[in-house]
Design a protein around this ligand. Structure first.
Ligand SMILES: [Zn+2]
Length: 99
């Protein structure tokens, strides 16, 4: 089984096929479905950690994509996935009522 392109987990299972007959897989760790694409460059962990650091620098996604040579599409998916995992802790302060 191919490892998950998103979280690099090896806990992947076959999950049917897509329209063109390619085998589709599903990651049991992050739940993402993907199609194994041997021709597609896999973003390695070093690049991912670099992206993680750049994301903290308020650089645009397009800028990060250019600097790390990943596709903007991949980066957008990566960021979306990343933020989906982070529990949102939006603290809504109760409004003070005039007294
Ligand atoms: Zn995964």
């Amino acid at each position: 089984m191919p490892s998950c392109p998103i979280c690099v987990s090896c806990q992947t299972v076959k999950n049917g096929r897509i329209h063109n007959g390619k085998q589709r897989f599903k990651c049991q760790d992050c739940g993402r479905q993907f199609v194994s694409q041997p021709t597609k460059k896999v973003i390695d962990l070093a690049t991912r950690s670099l992206v993680d650091r750049l994301l903290l620098e308020r650089i645009s996604l397009a800028g990060i994509a250019r600097a790390t040579r990943v596709s903007e599409q991949w980066l957008q998916t990566y960021v979306n996935d990343k933020y989906a995992k982070v529990p949102r802790q939006v603290q809504v302060a109760p409004k003070k009522r005039g007294n």
